[in-house]
Write a protein that binds this ligand. Structure first.
Ligand SMILES: Cc1ncc(COP(=O)(O)O)c(C=O)c1O
Length: 436
């Protein structure tokens, strides 16, 4: 990797170095400005200030504005699978910026988009796949839901608890043209039927039979943000069969899980299922915003309007993001990062084994480069995250109940960094356990 500007990041393979108490003085000043400029509740505060602000990142390292260096066990919400600011991604973005910075979305395409569509098509674990690009993960989920609605002809949606698919609300409700609105005018909230994640497949079948208006099933193959939890063995295959038998469109949300995070290019393929639709994003852009829905050809045919695109966004398939995505996929493939994730996950799992004995730790689970440490309370999970930050390790606590510390490092994290993080985790959890 190229040398960092500050030389503090090496090639992104460094151990932490904390030089100031957190929040540092510059973080405190910046927090006051953020507070005055932005809507409240968007930035996480610690003692009334953002704990730190990211100034630079490379590989698995982050440097904050006070000069503290961290190992990033979040991969920036799962985005930096190939590491932060991978030189091949940066070079591709620079090259693209010299040619075309912005295009005309769904009207006139550009070459990088053509190439990326083809490449995603080759990777997709689907027969005759077709790609629909999206501006963000939530936008991809919107496309999947709309596809399911048109294709099945039924408005109902089966979703699970817990789940996280995004937070968009309803620009379409304000848009007037019937060609855009139809057939998406039913209030969605009342169309969503929920079951517990991992519920017996019999119960899924019963619900689908009781509620024949359900036309789409939206599911995470592994619960990411809300729990970091895996389904029972064979559950996804059972779900897929139940949907297929009733012509319910199965939309698998792999926005967090795809491209190696869980030890496979796509968890769907690993689980032996062929969904109708797969949403992906996050890692795809290597740090630039891009997402996509991969769908079976006959399902995606519903988008053939013969005229203007029915679902689009100004920045869809942005040239810089397409170039970054092509470089990212190349790095994952040539660096065998999917296989590497599996092996590093095994080593990490062995290293954190003693955590299971620490009081307050309820569960340690994971595979490849996605792990969860479940604590016996929200406060202990938040404390653990805070203790780790003070030791230069970034790992967020959260989930629906707030009791899970999630570990999702870049797939390129070095063994030394991973073991250092594991040992910090053990020390921090043990320190917390001995506190009254
Ligand atoms: C599984 C899943 N789906 C959808 C989303 C939403 O993606 P975005 O934040 O890019 O809109 C996320 C984001 O965390 C996610 O984890």
């Amino acid at each position: 990797m190229a040398a960092s500007r500050t030389h503090r990041l090496g090639s992104g393979n460094q151990l932490p170095e904390i030089r100031t108490p957190l929040p540092g003085p510059r973080a405190r000043r910046a927090a006051r400005r953020l507070d005055a400029a932005e809507a409240p509740g968007i930035n996480t505060l610690v003692d009334g200030a953002t704990a730190m602000l990211w100034e630079e990142a490379l590989g698995s390292n982050v440097l904050d504005i006070d000069g503290n260096r961290y190992i990033d066990l979040t991969a920036g919400f799962g985005v930096a699978a190939v590491g932060h600011r991978h030189p091949a991604v940066v070079a591709a973005v620079r090259g693209q910026a010299d040619r075309l910075l912005h295009g005309l979305g769904d009207v006139f395409a550009h070459p990088a988009r053509v190439e990326l569509g083809e490449r995603l098509g080759r990777l997709a674990p689907l027969r005759e796949p077709r790609v629909h690009f999206a501006a963000s993960g939530a936008d991809a989920v919107e496309i999947a839901l709309k596809t399911g609605r048109i294709c099945s002809g039924r408005p109902g949606i089966l979703a699970f608890t817990p789940a996280y698919h995004g937070t968009t609300l309803g620009a379409l409700q304000g848009t007037s043209r019937p060609a855009f609105r139809s057939p998406f005018t039913e209030p969605l909230e009342h169309q969503v039927h929920r079951l517990p994640y991992g519920v017996e497949v019999d119960e899924v079948q019963q619900l689908l039979d009781r509620q024949p208006e359900i036309g789409t099933c939206l599911v995470e193959p592994v619960i990411g943000r809300e729990a970091t939890r895996w389904p029972p063995d064979g559950w996804l295959a059972g779900l897929a069969a139940a949907c297929r038998a009733r012509r319910v469109i199965l939309a698998v949300d792999e926005i967090f899980t795809a491209f190696g995070r869980c030890g496979a290019w796509f968890v769907s393929a690993e689980a032996g299922i062929e969904p109708d639709l797969i949403c992906c994003g996050k890692a795809l852009g290597g740090g630039l915003p891009i997402a996509a829905v991969l769908g079976r050809k006959e399902v995606m045919a519903v988008w053939n309007t013969g005229g203007e695109a029915r679902h689009t966004a100004t920045f869809v398939a942005h040239p810089l993001a397409c170039a970054a995505a092509l470089a990212t996929l190349e790095v994952i493939e040539t660096g065998s990062l999917v296989e590497r994730a599996v092996e590093m996950g095994r080593r990490f799992g062995r290293r954190v084994e003693p955590l299971r004995q620490v009081p307050g730790v309820v569960d340690v689970r994971g595979a490849a480069m996605l792990w969860a440490v479940e604590l016996d309370g929200r406060e202990r999970a938040a404390d653990l995250s805070r203790h780790l930050l003070d030791r230069g390790v970034i790992a967020l606590s959260g989930g629906a109940a707030g009791v899970v510390l999630q570990i999702a490092p870049p797939l390129v994290v070095t063994e030394a960094q991973l073991f250092h993080a594991a040992d910090s985790l053990l020390r921090a959890a043990s320190d917390l356990a001995s506190k009254p």
